[in-house]
Design a protein around this ligand. Structure first.
Ligand SMILES: Nc1ncnc2c1ncn2[C@@H]1O[C@H](COP(=O)(O)OP(=O)(O)OP(=O)(O)O)[C@@H](O)[C@H]1O
Ligand SMILES: [Mg+2]
Length: 282
Protein backbone atom coordinates (compact mmCIF):
# COMPACT_ATOMS: atom_id res chain seq x y z
CA UNK A 1 0.00 0.00 0.00
CA UNK A 2 1.14 3.54 -0.71
CA UNK A 3 -0.22 6.53 1.16
CA UNK A 4 0.48 10.09 0.20
CA UNK A 5 -0.40 12.77 2.72
CA UNK A 6 -0.72 16.47 1.95
CA UNK A 7 1.98 16.47 -0.74
CA UNK A 8 3.12 19.91 -1.85
CA UNK A 9 5.77 20.71 -4.43
CA UNK A 10 6.98 24.10 -5.56
CA UNK A 11 9.44 25.21 -8.22
CA UNK A 12 10.71 28.65 -7.27
CA UNK A 13 7.65 30.62 -6.24
CA UNK A 14 5.33 28.41 -8.28
CA UNK A 15 3.30 25.71 -6.50
CA UNK A 16 2.68 22.84 -8.90
CA UNK A 17 1.34 20.27 -6.39
CA UNK A 18 -0.91 21.50 -3.60
CA UNK A 19 -2.03 19.40 -0.63
CA UNK A 20 -2.62 16.07 -2.44
CA UNK A 21 -3.52 13.00 -0.37
CA UNK A 22 -4.46 9.49 -1.54
CA UNK A 23 -4.31 5.82 -0.53
CA UNK A 24 -3.30 3.28 -3.18
CA UNK A 25 -3.91 -0.42 -2.60
CA UNK A 26 -2.00 -3.53 -3.79
CA UNK A 27 -3.46 -5.61 -6.62
CA UNK A 28 -5.05 -2.45 -8.00
CA UNK A 29 -4.34 -0.06 -10.84
CA UNK A 30 -4.34 3.37 -9.22
CA UNK A 31 -4.66 6.04 -11.88
CA UNK A 32 -3.61 9.67 -11.78
CA UNK A 33 -5.49 11.51 -14.51
CA UNK A 34 -5.63 15.13 -15.64
CA UNK A 35 -4.79 17.46 -18.50
CA UNK A 36 -1.26 18.17 -19.63
CA UNK A 37 0.54 20.25 -17.01
CA UNK A 38 -1.86 19.34 -14.17
CA UNK A 39 1.00 17.81 -12.17
CA UNK A 40 0.81 14.05 -12.80
CA UNK A 41 4.49 13.51 -13.52
CA UNK A 42 5.67 15.81 -10.73
CA UNK A 43 3.41 13.96 -8.25
CA UNK A 44 4.72 10.60 -9.44
CA UNK A 45 8.31 11.80 -9.16
CA UNK A 46 7.59 12.95 -5.59
CA UNK A 47 6.22 9.49 -4.85
CA UNK A 48 9.28 7.59 -6.14
CA UNK A 49 11.77 10.02 -4.62
CA UNK A 50 13.02 11.67 -7.81
CA UNK A 51 11.69 14.96 -6.40
CA UNK A 52 11.72 15.87 -2.72
CA UNK A 53 8.30 17.27 -1.78
CA UNK A 54 8.23 20.65 0.00
CA UNK A 55 5.51 19.38 2.28
CA UNK A 56 3.73 16.14 3.17
CA UNK A 57 4.72 12.49 3.32
CA UNK A 58 4.92 9.45 1.06
CA UNK A 59 4.36 6.26 3.04
CA UNK A 60 5.21 2.78 1.71
CA UNK A 61 3.57 -0.02 3.69
CA UNK A 62 3.39 2.14 6.80
CA UNK A 63 6.96 3.49 6.54
CA UNK A 64 7.55 7.18 5.93
CA UNK A 65 9.73 7.21 2.80
CA UNK A 66 10.07 11.00 2.73
CA UNK A 67 12.01 11.16 5.99
CA UNK A 68 14.04 7.96 5.61
CA UNK A 69 17.81 7.89 5.64
CA UNK A 70 19.43 7.30 2.26
CA UNK A 71 20.28 3.62 2.85
CA UNK A 72 16.69 2.91 3.93
CA UNK A 73 15.42 4.75 0.86
CA UNK A 74 17.65 2.57 -1.34
CA UNK A 75 15.98 -0.53 0.13
CA UNK A 76 12.52 0.81 -0.76
CA UNK A 77 13.72 1.87 -4.21
CA UNK A 78 14.68 -1.75 -4.93
CA UNK A 79 10.99 -2.60 -4.56
CA UNK A 80 9.93 0.10 -7.03
CA UNK A 81 9.69 -0.45 -10.79
CA UNK A 82 9.16 2.49 -13.10
CA UNK A 83 8.11 2.86 -16.71
CA UNK A 84 9.05 6.39 -17.72
CA UNK A 85 7.09 8.68 -20.03
CA UNK A 86 8.62 7.76 -23.43
CA UNK A 87 10.05 4.38 -22.24
CA UNK A 88 13.59 5.76 -21.61
CA UNK A 89 15.45 2.72 -22.93
CA UNK A 90 19.22 2.90 -23.40
CA UNK A 91 19.63 3.21 -27.19
CA UNK A 92 23.10 1.66 -27.21
CA UNK A 93 22.00 -1.45 -25.30
CA UNK A 94 20.06 -4.40 -26.69
CA UNK A 95 16.62 -5.34 -25.34
CA UNK A 96 18.26 -8.05 -23.23
CA UNK A 97 20.88 -5.65 -21.83
CA UNK A 98 18.22 -3.01 -21.09
CA UNK A 99 16.11 -5.47 -19.11
CA UNK A 100 19.17 -6.91 -17.36
CA UNK A 101 20.37 -3.46 -16.26
CA UNK A 102 18.52 -3.33 -12.88
CA UNK A 103 19.62 -6.90 -12.10
CA UNK A 104 23.28 -5.97 -12.69
CA UNK A 105 22.83 -2.86 -10.60
CA UNK A 106 20.97 -4.25 -7.60
CA UNK A 107 21.92 -7.96 -7.40
CA UNK A 108 25.06 -10.05 -7.36
CA UNK A 109 23.45 -12.90 -9.32
CA UNK A 110 25.41 -14.77 -12.00
CA UNK A 111 24.93 -13.81 -15.65
CA UNK A 112 23.17 -17.15 -16.16
CA UNK A 113 20.61 -16.46 -13.43
CA UNK A 114 20.08 -12.94 -14.68
CA UNK A 115 19.56 -14.14 -18.24
CA UNK A 116 17.00 -16.67 -17.01
CA UNK A 117 15.08 -13.90 -15.24
CA UNK A 118 15.33 -11.58 -18.27
CA UNK A 119 13.88 -14.32 -20.48
CA UNK A 120 11.05 -14.92 -17.99
CA UNK A 121 9.95 -11.29 -18.03
CA UNK A 122 10.40 -10.92 -21.80
CA UNK A 123 8.16 -13.94 -22.15
CA UNK A 124 5.63 -12.30 -19.77
CA UNK A 125 5.41 -9.26 -22.08
CA UNK A 126 5.32 -11.44 -25.22
CA UNK A 127 8.74 -10.42 -26.51
CA UNK A 128 10.55 -13.74 -26.41
CA UNK A 129 12.50 -13.34 -29.65
CA UNK A 130 13.77 -9.81 -29.31
CA UNK A 131 16.77 -10.24 -26.96
CA UNK A 132 19.38 -9.08 -29.44
CA UNK A 133 17.44 -6.23 -31.02
CA UNK A 134 18.23 -2.58 -30.33
CA UNK A 135 15.49 -0.07 -29.34
CA UNK A 136 15.73 1.59 -32.77
CA UNK A 137 14.78 -1.74 -34.39
CA UNK A 138 11.49 -2.26 -32.53
CA UNK A 139 8.07 -0.54 -32.60
CA UNK A 140 6.73 1.96 -30.03
CA UNK A 141 4.44 -0.65 -28.46
CA UNK A 142 7.33 -3.11 -28.20
CA UNK A 143 9.48 -0.43 -26.54
CA UNK A 144 6.77 0.08 -23.93
CA UNK A 145 6.71 -3.65 -23.31
CA UNK A 146 10.51 -3.73 -22.92
CA UNK A 147 10.10 -0.81 -20.48
CA UNK A 148 7.52 -2.83 -18.53
CA UNK A 149 9.78 -5.92 -18.57
CA UNK A 150 12.63 -3.81 -17.17
CA UNK A 151 10.31 -2.29 -14.55
CA UNK A 152 9.18 -5.70 -13.25
CA UNK A 153 12.47 -7.61 -13.54
CA UNK A 154 13.27 -7.12 -9.83
CA UNK A 155 9.80 -8.33 -8.77
CA UNK A 156 8.68 -4.92 -7.54
CA UNK A 157 5.99 -4.40 -4.91
CA UNK A 158 5.25 -1.02 -6.48
CA UNK A 159 5.01 -0.26 -10.18
CA UNK A 160 4.86 3.28 -11.57
CA UNK A 161 3.93 3.88 -15.22
CA UNK A 162 4.02 7.41 -16.60
CA UNK A 163 1.78 7.62 -19.69
CA UNK A 164 2.22 3.98 -20.80
CA UNK A 165 -0.11 4.54 -23.78
CA UNK A 166 1.25 7.77 -25.20
CA UNK A 167 1.94 7.52 -28.92
CA UNK A 168 0.27 4.12 -29.32
CA UNK A 169 -2.72 3.16 -31.46
CA UNK A 170 -5.92 2.21 -29.54
CA UNK A 171 -5.44 -1.54 -29.98
CA UNK A 172 -1.82 -1.56 -28.86
CA UNK A 173 -2.82 0.70 -25.96
CA UNK A 174 -5.30 -1.93 -24.85
CA UNK A 175 -2.65 -4.65 -25.02
CA UNK A 176 -0.42 -2.54 -22.75
CA UNK A 177 -3.31 -1.77 -20.37
CA UNK A 178 -4.22 -5.45 -20.06
CA UNK A 179 -0.60 -6.37 -19.50
CA UNK A 180 -0.29 -3.82 -16.70
CA UNK A 181 -3.57 -5.03 -15.21
CA UNK A 182 -2.59 -8.74 -15.38
CA UNK A 183 0.83 -8.16 -13.84
CA UNK A 184 -0.71 -6.01 -11.10
CA UNK A 185 -3.23 -8.66 -10.16
CA UNK A 186 -0.96 -11.69 -10.58
CA UNK A 187 1.84 -10.31 -8.40
CA UNK A 188 -0.40 -8.13 -6.18
CA UNK A 189 1.62 -5.03 -7.05
CA UNK A 190 0.52 -1.54 -5.99
CA UNK A 191 0.49 0.00 -9.46
CA UNK A 192 0.29 3.72 -10.13
CA UNK A 193 -0.41 4.89 -13.68
CA UNK A 194 -0.42 8.43 -15.06
CA UNK A 195 -2.74 8.67 -18.02
CA UNK A 196 -5.09 10.82 -20.01
CA UNK A 197 -6.36 7.86 -21.98
CA UNK A 198 -10.12 7.41 -21.64
CA UNK A 199 -9.98 3.67 -22.41
CA UNK A 200 -7.42 3.08 -19.66
CA UNK A 201 -9.64 4.91 -17.21
CA UNK A 202 -12.64 2.74 -18.06
CA UNK A 203 -10.65 -0.53 -18.20
CA UNK A 204 -8.16 -0.17 -15.39
CA UNK A 205 -9.55 2.52 -13.08
CA UNK A 206 -9.75 0.60 -9.79
CA UNK A 207 -8.92 3.86 -8.05
CA UNK A 208 -8.63 7.18 -9.82
CA UNK A 209 -7.51 10.62 -8.73
CA UNK A 210 -8.23 13.53 -11.04
CA UNK A 211 -5.69 16.34 -10.88
CA UNK A 212 -6.56 19.88 -11.83
CA UNK A 213 -3.91 22.59 -11.64
CA UNK A 214 -1.87 20.69 -9.05
CA UNK A 215 -4.81 19.81 -6.80
CA UNK A 216 -6.81 16.61 -6.37
CA UNK A 217 -10.19 17.62 -7.75
CA UNK A 218 -11.92 14.22 -7.55
CA UNK A 219 -11.32 10.60 -6.51
CA UNK A 220 -13.25 7.43 -7.10
CA UNK A 221 -13.31 4.36 -9.36
CA UNK A 222 -14.29 3.62 -12.95
CA UNK A 223 -17.96 3.09 -12.02
CA UNK A 224 -18.19 6.21 -9.89
CA UNK A 225 -16.59 8.38 -12.58
CA UNK A 226 -19.70 7.87 -14.71
CA UNK A 227 -21.77 9.61 -12.04
CA UNK A 228 -19.26 12.33 -11.24
CA UNK A 229 -20.79 15.75 -10.76
CA UNK A 230 -17.48 17.55 -11.28
CA UNK A 231 -17.97 19.64 -14.41
CA UNK A 232 -14.22 19.93 -14.98
CA UNK A 233 -13.73 16.17 -14.74
CA UNK A 234 -16.65 15.53 -17.09
CA UNK A 235 -15.34 18.06 -19.59
CA UNK A 236 -11.92 16.42 -19.42
CA UNK A 237 -12.80 12.75 -19.56
CA UNK A 238 -15.89 12.89 -21.76
CA UNK A 239 -14.59 15.60 -24.05
CA UNK A 240 -16.28 14.59 -27.33
CA UNK A 241 -20.01 14.32 -28.09
CA UNK A 242 -19.48 10.61 -28.76
CA UNK A 243 -18.01 10.04 -25.31
CA UNK A 244 -20.75 12.12 -23.69
CA UNK A 245 -23.29 9.79 -25.31
CA UNK A 246 -21.29 6.77 -24.13
CA UNK A 247 -21.34 8.18 -20.59
CA UNK A 248 -25.13 8.63 -20.75
CA UNK A 249 -25.53 5.05 -21.99
CA UNK A 250 -23.35 3.72 -19.18
CA UNK A 251 -25.31 5.73 -16.63
CA UNK A 252 -28.54 4.29 -17.92
CA UNK A 253 -27.14 0.76 -17.86
CA UNK A 254 -25.79 1.16 -14.37
CA UNK A 255 -29.05 2.42 -12.95
CA UNK A 256 -31.11 -0.22 -14.79
CA UNK A 257 -33.12 2.48 -16.46
CA UNK A 258 -32.70 1.01 -19.92
CA UNK A 259 -34.84 -2.04 -19.24
CA UNK A 260 -37.43 0.14 -17.46
CA UNK A 261 -37.57 2.51 -20.40
CA UNK A 262 -37.96 -0.35 -22.84
CA UNK A 263 -40.82 -1.67 -20.76
CA UNK A 264 -42.37 1.77 -20.75
CA UNK A 265 -42.04 1.98 -24.53
CA UNK A 266 -43.64 -1.43 -24.90
CA UNK A 267 -46.57 -0.43 -22.70
CA UNK A 268 -47.15 2.93 -24.33
CA UNK A 269 -46.36 2.06 -27.94
CA UNK A 270 -48.83 -0.67 -28.80
CA UNK A 271 -47.85 -2.86 -31.69
CA UNK A 272 -44.17 -1.91 -31.57
CA UNK A 273 -41.75 -4.87 -31.48
CA UNK A 274 -40.82 -5.67 -27.87
CA UNK A 275 -37.22 -6.14 -26.83
CA UNK A 276 -38.05 -7.06 -23.27
CA UNK A 277 -40.37 -9.99 -22.46
CA UNK A 278 -43.58 -8.98 -20.65
CA UNK A 279 -43.50 -9.31 -16.87
CA UNK A 280 -45.01 -12.57 -15.49
CA UNK A 281 -48.03 -10.94 -13.90
CA UNK A 282 -49.35 -9.58 -17.25
N1 LIG B 1 11.74 20.47 -13.19
C1 LIG B 1 10.77 21.40 -13.26
N2 LIG B 1 11.04 22.69 -13.00
C2 LIG B 1 10.07 23.64 -13.04
N3 LIG B 1 8.78 23.38 -13.33
C3 LIG B 1 8.46 22.11 -13.60
C4 LIG B 1 9.43 21.04 -13.59
N4 LIG B 1 8.79 19.88 -13.90
C5 LIG B 1 7.51 20.21 -14.11
N5 LIG B 1 7.29 21.53 -13.94
C6 LIG B 1 6.00 22.23 -14.06
O1 LIG B 1 5.06 21.57 -13.24
C7 LIG B 1 3.77 21.54 -13.86
C8 LIG B 1 3.26 20.12 -13.89
O2 LIG B 1 4.07 19.38 -14.80
P1 LIG B 1 3.90 17.82 -15.05
O3 LIG B 1 5.03 17.38 -15.90
O4 LIG B 1 3.72 17.15 -13.74
O5 LIG B 1 2.53 17.77 -15.86
P2 LIG B 1 1.76 16.47 -16.39
O6 LIG B 1 0.41 16.48 -15.77
O7 LIG B 1 2.59 15.27 -16.18
O8 LIG B 1 1.62 16.82 -17.93
P3 LIG B 1 1.72 15.84 -19.23
O9 LIG B 1 0.36 15.20 -19.36
O10 LIG B 1 1.99 16.80 -20.35
O11 LIG B 1 2.83 14.87 -19.03
C9 LIG B 1 3.95 22.15 -15.24
O12 LIG B 1 3.48 23.46 -15.20
C10 LIG B 1 5.44 22.11 -15.47
O13 LIG B 1 5.85 23.21 -16.25
MG1 LIG C 1 3.57 13.93 -17.49
Amino acid sequence: MIEIKNIRKTFGDRTVIEDVSAVMQPGQCNLIIGTSGSGKTVLMKCMVGLFYPDGGNVIYNGKDFTNMKNDEKTEVRKEIGMLFQGSALFDSLTVEQNVMFPLNMFTKNSYRDNLKRVNEVLDKVNLSDTNKKYPAEISGGMKKRVGIARAIVLNPKYLFCDEPNSGLDPQTSMVIDRLIRDITQEYQITTVVNTHDMNSVMENGDYIIYMYDGRKEWEGNKKEIIFSKSQRLNDFIFASEFLKDAKDMRMLEETGKISNERNMARLTDEGAPTLVPPPDEE
